[in-house]
Design a binder for this molecule. Sequence first.
Ligand SMILES: [Zn+2]
Length: 183
Amino acid sequence: MKSVGARELKNRLSEYLREVQSGEAILVTDRGDVVANRWKKAVRLVAKIHRRIFNQRNDFEHKLSREIVKKYGIIVVEDLKVKSLCRGMLAKSVHDAGWAAFFFKLSYKAESAGRQFLVVVAHGTSQRCPCGAPNPKRLNDREHVCVECGLVTTRDHASALEILRLGLSLLALAQPEVRVIVA
Ligand SMILES: [Zn+2]
């Protein structure tokens, strides 16, 4: 069977739904089971779209985690459980399901490649500069500007640097000879 893109599947689905809703499908043959057939077909299409989206995301997660493990010897991630407490119910279930799947792939690939894989409590990482100075931000502040050390970057990059700093601090505790330098 020829592979059909997700957009094409969505177009077909909305076409079926339009026909069912407008009664067009009934008018065609004047038989109730036509609507039922149309509906079953629509349900199958929805399942197909979901499968396709899952496969695409799954492939992307494998590819990205492989690249990260290949490139870096030390990998630091934020604690999933703590993060989930900060979120609303819907955001939590949608976002964390994706993050957990990626987290799992990254952790087992890192482990089998002999990488350092560290998990840190990321609470407050968006509210501090990696230099240690407080840097309060509101949710919609996307920029990070530190008057103490002069670091100017995006909010997410600053948080990532802070997560890395926390991870390297953990490593330094375990191995006192490791020096922590994060610019
Ligand atoms: Zn700073």
